[in-house]
Design a protein around this ligand. Structure first.
Ligand code: IDP
Ligand code: MG
Length: 138
């Protein structure tokens, strides 16, 4: 059986703050395997596909603007239960209350903006991972 895969993004805030290496170190220390990695400046179409589930929500436009504000590092990550495991490493969506010990809890904060800049994205299911890996690595 092939190992499960997920899409991780180091979002523009993580890249701009120089935290890509720190985030990758946490992922590698956990034991997951990076099988592909690229720096991507996404256009609106790619982001609209990636975030289709959030269209119409109040933070949708600010989210797309934020994600277009600079490059992200897209990472293909492999390992048993990596989808669940990376989301656990990342912490919950709101960086203010994300648990200490997580990427968002240790490295993120609220900046008073319409969208939470929370450093990383991780796919939330096998279906999302398949769809999102196609969007970022095709
Ligand atoms: P996730 O990244 O933890 O899976 P999602 O609900 O999929 O969270 O939301 C996608 C992204 O949209 C979040 O990572 C965050 O940047 C932003 N976001 C989600 N919910 C809110 C909100 O209530 N206010 C502001 N930004 C939000
Ligand atoms: Mg999500």
């Amino acid at each position: 059986m092939t190992a499960e895969e997920t899409l991780v993004l180091v979002k523009p805030d993580g890249v701009a703050r120089g935290l890509t290496g720190v985030i990758l170190a946490r992922i590698e220390a956990k034991g997951y395997v990076v099988t592909d990695l690229r720096l991507v400046q996404p256009d609106r179409d790619r982001l609209a596909a990636h975030y289709a589930e959030h269209e119409g929500k109040p933070f949708y436009e600010p989210l797309l603007e934020f994600m277009m504000s600079g490059p992200s590092v897209a990472i293909r990550l492999a390992g048993d239960r990596v989808i669940e495991g990376f989301r656990s490493l990342a912490g919950t969506t709101d960086p203010t209350t994300a648990a200490p010990g997580t990427i968002r809890g240790d490295l993120g904060r609220d900046w008073g903006l319409a969208v939470q800049q929370n450093l990383v994205h991780g796919s939330d299911s096998v279906e999302s991972a398949t769809r999102e890996l196609e969007i970022w690595f095709s």
